[in-house]
Design a binder for this molecule. Structure first.
Ligand SMILES: [Zn+2]
Length: 76
């Protein structure tokens, strides 16, 4: 989950970049807040840096971690 106070500081977009699933060890394509598709944990990743490895956090059922962009922090 990610949180905000002022909705007027965020703008909705419908780009395909919000539907792409990213995996540990891949290059981060866009800076922003990502959501783990397995447990809902949110984390901030920076463009052109590596997405954290599989041991970033643990799932009770040991299911794999994957990430989905939920908030872009830079125009791209
Ligand atoms: Zn997770």
């Amino acid at each position: 989950m990610a949180w905000y106070k002022y909705p007027n500081f965020l703008a909705q977009q419908n780009g395909a970049e919000f539907d792409t699933i990213h995996h540990p060890g891949q290059n981060t394509p866009i800076s922003g807040i990502y959501r783990c598709t397995g447990c809902g944990l949110s984390a901030t990743f920076v463009a052109d840096k590596t997405i954290p490895p599989q041991n970033h956090h643990q799932h009770p059922n040991a299911s794999p971690i994957s990430w989905q962009l939920i908030v872009k922090s830079h125009w791209k």
